[in-house]
Design a protein around this ligand. Structure first.
Ligand code: FES
Length: 153
């Protein structure tokens, strides 16, 4: 596709990105905006490492073209909180030491955030259901579930 200038709203700021309209959002976030919270895992929408929030809902940024994000609000891990002032979900994952290699944690945190926005007091089964398509190859699932439960209060 011919490059075009696409306006994205990410973490409360607008950015004009010049790229082919079918460029995956993940590539624009990482390569053009320097937001490396979302990770490249499978590139096929299957692992969840690239998860962001689009209009508050969890979405796999590796399979969403930037042209599909015009007029929508994108939130990345960086938009939740900072090292100095982490979001409560980030705090819970830190407190439970949920990272082994940590590559999947962006997706785990963003998916948990989206779940809690619509279901502030989920059961363990509901958390498992929400995170079932976020893959962790280290096997840190117990810590991740504990962190999500802690975030849910
Ligand atoms: Fe997007 Fe795996 S990198 S789902």
């Amino acid at each position: 596709m011919t490059p075009a200038t696409i306006r994205l709203t990410v973490n409360g700021q607008t950015h004009d990105v010049t790229a082919a309209p079918d460029t995956p959002l993940l590539h624009a976030l990482r390569n053009d905006l320097g937001l490396n919270g979302p990770k490249y895992g499978c590139g096929l929408g299957e692992c969840g490492a690239c998860t962001v929030l689009i209009d508050g809902r969890a979405a796999r940024s590796c399979v969403i073209p930037i042209e599909g994000c015009v007029g929508r609000t994108v939130t990345t891990l960086e938009g939740l909180g900072s090292r100095e002032a982490p979001d409560p979900v980030q705090q819970a994952f830190i407190a439970e030491q949920a990272a082994q290699c940590g590559y999947c944690l962006n997706g785990m945190i963003m998916t948990t955030k989206a779940l809690l926005a619509i279901k502030p007091d989920p059961s363990l089964d509901e958390i498992k259901q929400a995170l079932r398509y976020n893959l962790c190859r280290c096997g840190a699932h117990i810590e991740i579930l504990r962190a999500a439960m802690r975030a849910a209060g």
